[in-house]
Design a protein around this ligand. Sequence first.
Ligand SMILES: *Cc1c(COP(=O)(O)O)cnc(C)c1O
Length: 427
Amino acid sequence: MSDYKINTKCVQGGYTPGNGEPRQIPIIQSTTFKYATSEDMGRLFDLEASGYFYTRLQNPTNDMVAAKICDMEGGTAAMLTSSGQAANFYAIFNIANCGDHVVASSTIYGGTYNLFHVTMRKMGIDFTFVSPDCTVEELNAAFQPNTKAVFGETIANPALTVLDIEKFAKAAHIHGVPLIIDNTFATPVNCRPFEWGCDIVTHSTTKYMDGHGAGVGGCIVDSGHFDWLAHADKFPGLCTPDDSYHGITYAEKFGQGGAFITKCTAQLMRDFGSIQSPQNAFLLNLGLESLHVRMPRHCENALAVAKFLKNHSKISFVTYPGLEGDKYYDLAQKYMPNGTCGVVSFGFKGGRGAAETFMKHLHLAAIETHVADARTCTLHPASATHRQMNDEELAAAGITPDLVRFSCGIEDAADLIADIEQALAQV
Ligand SMILES: *Cc1c(COP(=O)(O)O)cnc(C)c1O
């Protein structure tokens, strides 16, 4: 980790060219790497030497971009993945096997909920979902002897709940397991969960980090804080010899700061292969170079939109953790004093029909399933991502039929508000 401020890390982290080397991160568009002798290559396969041999395992471009995100989060090791979904799957599966259990916040992203609740359950991993607002007693009661991790989102997509990171970290550590946080919506510009006791951070880099709707990607970062060997009985994958790597014990050979990511690369990336392409990693890095400039504008625009809607006669509710009076305002002030995210959600006094009419009349804000893009995008979940649900099922998912998710881009706030105002006039 460098001593630079986050703004400098966004621009220059991860890559320091030497004399005469390219100023921009080079795209190493090569599947494979050449060696003089079989012995040289053998040492790489045994993890005895570090180096590149096949891009499914590691690629220099990807490593430079991962190193930048690692630096931004204040971690000790990081890896890129093909998507945010792959990042969250790997982060859990790296330490939880068939027969194990994980405690997760109930308001997490729908794709992650499905991954946990349906697909990973088929793999024999069980999940207990707890409200992010649960009491310490309720949280502690969710743990089982086979619990291997706790999972939550800094700011949940799309519920916009804010996780009390210290509460969740404390409970995880009392039970001898790490806290894993998906920091996609806050980004390390607004929140660095490791500073509050989180052990592993994941990202869908597809969102603000890329920021331009150019490439799907993910990232996993290890804080190096969690002492695997102190809980060796819970984490045999890290603390006992790996037969598929000549008996290496990751926690011993790579230490507290390197074990998690090395195992995740050597086993999961080797076997599942969800790599990010070097070309996409290059695009991601271009996004990272301006992340610290874009995030304040996203937040500023979202706050302006939230304030405008809050006072509008046709709007029934506004949810934005950066808005004074929001249920999560105090937690947001604690963990994200400089801003939260650009996503606002709101509802209509006229119900579902009003939301549908509103959506139809927007010009600048585009209807997309995407969020966290430089261009403003919006979605009416009840008629899109959640359209298979009836009103009762929607309520259980925390989504009302009139709810609109509005992801403020980095355009001029006055233009966004004017667009909203003219669409509201049609309602
Ligand atoms: C989008 C998203 C994901 C999934 O990421 P993909 O890159 O789309 O696979 C995971 N977590 C959060 C919070 C997200 O917003």
